[in-house]
Design a protein around this ligand. Structure first.
Ligand code: NAP
Length: 291
C-alpha cells in the first residue's frame, strides 16, 4: 500500500543554507518507507539568523530530530540541552535528537568517515594517521579517530584561518583521549614526508581538489606517497581527485568521500530511530556510482 501522511506522522529534516541539493531527504525517506516508520524528512533553508526560532519551534512541535549543515553546525550549539562527547570536542553538531523536548547534539561526520575506512577494507585502529585540514570535516574525523583508538593522529594544516583551532583540537584530543595528537604546518614538506612514512592512512579533509578546482592537490610532491599508505579524500565531487589519482598511480590504495556521506546519515538514522538504515538499498539506489 502507498505510504500516506497522517495525523500521526512525525517530522524531521535538515537545516542549513543552501540545502536544496542535499541527498539526505532521499536517504532518510526511503529508509523510513523500507522500515515502515511513519516519519518524514524535509529540507529547510535556514541560516544562523533564524536558527534559534526554528530550533525552538522544532522542540515544541516534537520533531524526532534534525540534521544541520553549513553554516549552522556551530551556531546551533547554544540552543541545545546536551552534547555528545564527540560534539563537545569538535565544537560542531550535525545531528540533533529530540526526546520529549530535550535536544541532544551529536556529530556523525567522523563516525561516517571511520566506517568508510572499514568499508573500504582497512583497519587504522592502533595505527598512525595523517589528516590534512583543520576545518569542520577534519575536526570531526580527528575526534572520532581518537575516540575509536587511532594511536597517533598527525594533523597537518596551513597556517591560516583554522591554525589556532587546530592547536586547540590537538590539545583537547591529548587531554580527553588516549590518542597522541600533534600539529604540523602543511608547508613543511620534510616533516610531512616523515609523518607519511609512519602513517597507515592519509586523509585529505581540506577542500583542495574539490570541483571546480580539480587541478589542485594538497600534496603536489608525489614522491611522498609510499606503497603501504592508504590515501583517502573526503571530497566526492569529483569522484577521483587529483590527490587520489596521483596516489593510485604510485600504487597506493585509495577511496573517496562518498561512503562518509552515506555512513554519517546511517549514524544519524540510528540516533533518531534506534534502527539500522537499510544501507544496501540506499547504496544501490544513490551510491552505486561512487568510483
Ligand atoms: P571548512 O570547515 O571550510 O575547512 C576547510 C579546510 O581546508 C580548512 O582547514 C582550510 O584551511 C583548508 N584549506 C582550504 N583551502 C586550502 C588550501 N588552498 N591549502 C590548504 N588548506 C586549505 O570545510 P569543511 O566543512 O571541513 O569541508 C572540507 C571538505 O570536506 C569539502 O570539500 C567538503 O565538501 C568535504 N566534506 C565531505 C563530507 C562527506 O560526507 N564526504 C562531509 C563534510 C565535508 P583554512 O582554515 O586555513 O582556510
Amino acid at each position: 500500500m502507498d505510504y500516506q501522511i497522517t495525523g500521526h506522522t512525525r517530522l524531521g529534516g535538515l537545516l542549513g543554507s543552501p540545502v536544496a541539493h542535499s541527498i539526505s531527504p532521499m536517504m532518510h525517506n526511503d529508509s523510513f518507507r523500507a522500515l515502515g516508520l511513519d516519519c518524514v524528512y524535509l529540507c529547510f533553508d535556514v541560516g544562523p539568523e533564524r536558527l534559534g526560532q526554528v530550533v525552538q519551534a522544532f522542540r515544541s512541535m516534537n520533531v524526532y530530530g534534525f540534521n544541520l549543515t553549513m553554516p549552522d553546525k556551530e551556531a546551533v550549539i547554544p540552543y541545545l540541552d546536551e552534547l555528545s562527547l564527540a560534539a563537545q570536542l569538535i565544537g560542531a553538531v550535525n545531528t540533533v535528537k529530540n526526546e520529549n523536548g530535550k535536544l541532544t547534539g551529536h556529530n556523525t561526520d567522523g563516525i561516517g568517515y571511520m566506517k568508510a575506512v572499514k568499508d573500504a577494507g582497512f583497519d587504522v585502529i592502533g595505527k598512525e594517521m595523517t589528516l590534512l585540514g583543520a576545518g569542520g570535516a577534519a575536526s570531526a574525523i580527528a575526534v572520532q579517530a581518537a575516540i575509536d583508538g587511532v594511536s597517533c593522529l598527525h594533523l597537518v594544516s596551513r597556517r591560516g584561518r583554522s591554525w589556532e583551532k587546530a592547536k586547540h583540537l590537538t590539545d583537547s584530543i591529548n587531554q580527553k583521549t588516549a590518542c597522541r595528537a600533534d600539529l604540523t604546518d602543511l608547508a613543511d614538506t620534510a616533516a610531512l614526508s616523515a609523518l607519511l612514512e609512519r602513517s597507515a592512512l592519509l586523509t585529505n579533509a581540506t577542500s583542495v581538489g574539490m570541483a571546480p578546482n580539480t587541478d589542485a592537490t594538497p600534496i603536489p610532491d608525489t614522491s611522498l606517497f609510499h606503497t603501504g599508505l592508504v590515501v583517502s579524500d573526503v571530497i566526492y565531487n569529483p569522484r577521483e581527485t587529483r590527490l587520489l589519482a596521483e596516489a593510485r598511480e604510485k600504487g597506493c590504495p585509495t577511496f573517496n568521500g562518498m561512503y562518509m556521506l552515506l555512513y554519517q546519515g546511517e549514524a544519524a538514522f540510528r540516533i533518531w530511530t534506534g534502527q539500522d538504515m537499510p544501507v544496501d538499498l540506499i547504496k544501490q539506489k544513490y551510491f552505486s556510482h561512487r568510483d
